[in-house]
Structure formats: structure tokens, C-alpha cells
Design a protein around this ligand. Structure first.
Ligand SMILES: Cc1cc2nc3c(=O)[nH]c(=O)nc-3n(C[C@H](O)[C@H](O)[C@H](O)COP(=O)(O)OP(=O)(O)OC[C@H]3O[C@@H](n4cnc5c(N)ncnc54)[C@H](O)[C@@H]3O)c2cc1C
Length: 391
């Protein structure tokens, strides 16, 4: 889960990275530019996860600015001037005006890190085909291709949607052209009937059970406080327990609005169990991973551990099971041993295996975990200058 450093406080609406790219900086309650000391070289331009962690640490250390909604920090773009803000950063200027009623050319912007992007998703092969499920393709933020690893870099979603959108779109079209399916029409009617009876069951529930919004709020609060920027084993265990309880409570929840027409509460209720399952998968995966890597930071295991954890978590939820099953596959063929990221001290646990041994097992291990054979083998590369011949 990626956090973005500058969500407008308290709404969480994103204030673009462009602000810091253009020279904006972060201030604490003492008007100190804490990022200069925290990351002397990159300062406010350090990676999203790094800046988010320093911001939260600053708030934890008591240098947050008090507000009725909890502490925040400041983003200062006043020195960029009104003309720059109203032209090059017009959206920020408008968001500040419309949502907190301030003019960022004159006033400081209240900010705090906000949840931003999901690096996980439907695990797919190179062609975008889901593991174990021929015919199911996933792309974009919903998919887990091999682009971001544990830390998407800013702007890379654009690449993901455009590049993989084209590649995977073509491979899905090729797949569809080569298969025919023979299904009884009753299958579709049965699926509609099952969905309708699920909705009817929600509408018919009586009693004094919790509302779906109460469950949502407890899920959100738990995700923010226990599965957020800083994680510990103890907090993650609490979170796992809370999500198990909330999943149970889902069966008791009662709707306040019984309308069969446009009913946002019913729409939300139909999504709630899926959201809770995803929350449980995220918390269980984070609890099991006793290391820190990219956006996943364990205060009790602060080092990246390439000896034990140079792998990707796969979560499956078997039919009828009450919990997901977690397994691990190698991340893919690698060219070099993972090095120092360039932030803080160079402290990490190095991989013990040789690159050759690691890579030799990738294909068979990923296949064992359900990867369908891609049209082109994993790890095949364009040779140097080959693209010149193609053009
Ligand atoms: C505020 C913000 C700023 C960002 N800025 C940048 C940036 O500057 N650069 C960058 O690279 N990335 C940025 N990102 C990330 C990037 O925008 C997203 O990762 C990207 O848009 C995801 O595209 P997508 O097509 O995969 O998914 P989406 O854009 O989320 O599209 C999914 C679509 O599926 C629809 N849908 C969902 N469920 C159903 C259903 N059951 N049936 C039918 N339709 C359904 C949704 O309505 C939606 O239209 C930003 C993200 C945010 C939130």
C-alpha cells in the first residue's frame, strides 16, 4: 500500500507532488524544514515512502500542528507566487480555495500523508493472464504485473496503464480470437438470481446489529492506525483480530434504508465483505513479512531482508474458507543483487543465494504457484540496439 506525502488535511484530497517538484517545502509546527536534516541530499524530493515516514515521525515526535481533526504539517508554496500557482499548479490553487478556503500564495497548506495506490492486485503473467485462471486478464492498478515491486514510483501508473494496457489488451484479444465457449444461458440467469437473492437477504435483515457504516469506519480506522505507514507485529495482530471480528459482524449488520431502488447503503453493503477480506489479506501479509521493503515498513524489523524475503506474497481465498492462504514466489529473474536504496544508512540483510541459483528457480517456482505459460518466456529481453533494426 503506497502513501502519498501530501494529502490535504483533513479531506485527504491529493496535493500534487508537482508542488515539491517546483520548490515547495514541508514545515513542522516550529516552521522548521525538517526534511533538510532528515534527508540532506534529496530533502522534499525523496521517494514517497521515505517522505511519508519522516512526516509521520515528525508528528509522532510532537511537532505536528494541532487541529480539530488531529495533527498535520504544513506545505509551503507561497514563494512560488500567485502567477505560478494559478497557471502551473492551478489545480492545487483551486483545491485549496474550494476545500479549505485558503489562498496558497498567501497561506500555508495543511497536509498529512494519505493512502494513495495499491501495489498489489490480481497476480498475472507477462501477458496479463491471472495465475491459475485462463481467460481472466487484469491490467492497471487492479493487476499485479511486474512493474512496481514494493514501491511504485511517481508517474509510473501512466506507463502501466498505457504500456501494459496495450500489451495486455492485444494478448486478451488474441486469446479471445482463439477460443470458443459453449455455455448454457441459464448460467447467466443463475448468476443474476444469486446476486438478487444476496441483495434481498440484506434488505430483509431485522434486528439491532451494527450499521455497515460503523463497520466501515472501524475498518478504516484500523487500517490507518495499525496497517499504515509504520507497522509492528503487535499492531498487525490486533488488526487481523479486528478484521476477523468485523467479518463476523458483517453477517449481523442491518441496513437502515430498505429501499430497493437507488440505495447507496445497500450498494455499500454488497461491497463491504470484499473490502474486509482485502483488509484481512493486507494485514495478514504484512504481519507475516518480518522485514521492511519499499512502502512496507515494520518498526520491529526495520531492515530489508533479501536472504529471507526476496519474494512476492500470493494470497488465495479457497471457497468456503474463513481466511486466506499465503504463499510466496520469487519476484522474477534479477540482473544484480538488490543494492542500497540511497536513503539513510546502508543496512540490510544480503541475499545468500547466488543470482544464478535464484534465477534458475524462478520459472519452475512461478509455474508451481499457478503462473500460466506466457507467449514469451519470462526474463527474455530485447537485445541491445535491436529496436533500431525493428524501426
Ligand atoms: C489523486 C491521484 C493522483 C494520481 N496521480 C498520478 C500521476 O500523476 N501519475 C501517475 O502515473 N499516476 C497517478 N495516480 C495513479 C493512477 O491515476 C491510477 O493508478 C490509474 O488511474 C489506475 O488506472 P486503472 O485504469 O488501472 O484504474 P481506474 O482508473 O481506477 O479505473 C477502473 C475503472 O473500473 C470501474 N469499475 C470498478 N468496478 C467496476 C465494476 N464492478 N464494473 C464495472 N466497472 C467497474 C471504475 O469505475 C473505474 O472507472 C494518481 C492517483 C490518484 C488517486
Amino acid at each position: 500500500m503506497q502513501f502519498h506525502p501530501t494529502g490535504l488535511w483533513p479531506s485527504g484530497i491529493l496535493v500534487t507532488e508537482g508542488c515539491r517538484g517546483d520548490g515547495g517545502y514541508l514545515l513542522d509546527s516550529n516552521m522548521e524544514r525538517f526534511m533538510v536534516e532528515a534527508e540532506p541530499e534529496k530533502q522534499e524530493l525523496a521517494s514517497r515512502d521515505v517522505v511519508s515516514r519522516h512526516m509521520m515521525q515528525r508528528i509522532r515526535d510532537g511537532f505536528g500542528v494541532d487541529s480539530g481533526f488531529g495533527p498535520h504539517l504544513w506545505l509551503d508554496v507561497r514563494h512560488l507566487g500567485a502567477e505560478h500557482l494559478q497557471t502551473k499548479l492551478r489545480e492545487v490553487w483551486e483545491i485549496c480555495r474550494d476545500f479549505v478556503g485558503i489562498d496558497p500564495a498567501e497561506e500555508l497548506i495543511p497536509v498529512r500523508p494519505t493512502q494513495h495506490y495499491s501495489m498489489g492486485g490480481v497476480r498475472v503473467n507477462k501477458d496479463g493472464q491471472a495465475y491459475d485462471m485462463a481467460g481472466l486478464f487484469a491490467v492497471g492498478e487492479a493487476g499485479c504485473w511486474d512493474m512496481h515491486g514494493f514501491n511504485r514510483l511517481g508517474g509510473n501508473s501512466l506507463t502501466e496503464t498505457i504500456v501494459t494496457g496495450r500489451l495486455i489488451g492485444a494478448s486478451a484479444a488474441a486469446h479471445a480470437a482463439g477460443v470458443s465457449i459453449d455455455l448454457p444461458v441459464s448460467l447467466a440467469f443463475d448468476a443474476v438470481a444469486a446476486a438478487e437473492s444476496h441483495a434481498d437477504e440484506w434488505l430483509a435483515r431485522e434486528g439491532s446489529g451494527p450499521s455497515v457504516y460503523e463497520i466501515r469506519d472501524r475498518m478504516g480506522e484500523t487500517m490507518m492506525t495499525k496497517v499504515g505507514i509504520f507497522r509492528t507485529g503487535e499492531e498487525l495482530e490486533d488488526a487481523v483480530e479486528t478484521f476477523r471480528t468485523l467479518l463476523g459482524e458483517c453477517d449481523e449488520a442491518v441496513l437502515r434504508s430498505r429501499s430497493r431502488g437507488a440505495n447507496p447503503e445497500l450498494v455499500f453493503a454488497l461491497r463491504l465483505e470484499g473490502m474486509l477480506r482485502l483488509a484481512l489479506v493486507t494485514a495478514m501479509g504484512a504481519l507475516a513479512r518480518t522485514e521492511s521493503r519499499g512502502a512496507h515498513f515494520r518498526s520491529d524489523f526495520p531492515l530489508r531482508d533479501d536472504a529471507e524475503w526476496l519474494n512476492r506474497t500470493l494470497a488465495r481465498w479457497p471457497d468456503g474458507a474463513s481466511e486466506p492462504v499465503l504463499t510466496y514466489e520469487p519476484v522474477g529473474p534479477i540482473d544484480l543483487p538488490p543494492g542500497h536504496r540511497g536513503y539513510g544508512r546502508d543496512e540490510r540483510i544480503e541475499m545468500r543465494q547466488s543470482i544464478e541459483d535464484y534465477n534458475a528457480a524462478v520459472d519452475s517456482e512461478q509455474t508451481r504457484h499457478g503462473r500460466l505459460p506466457p507467449a514469451e518466456p519470462t526474463g527474455s529481453r530485447l537485445r541491445w540496439k535491436e529496436w533500431e533494426k525493428a524501426s
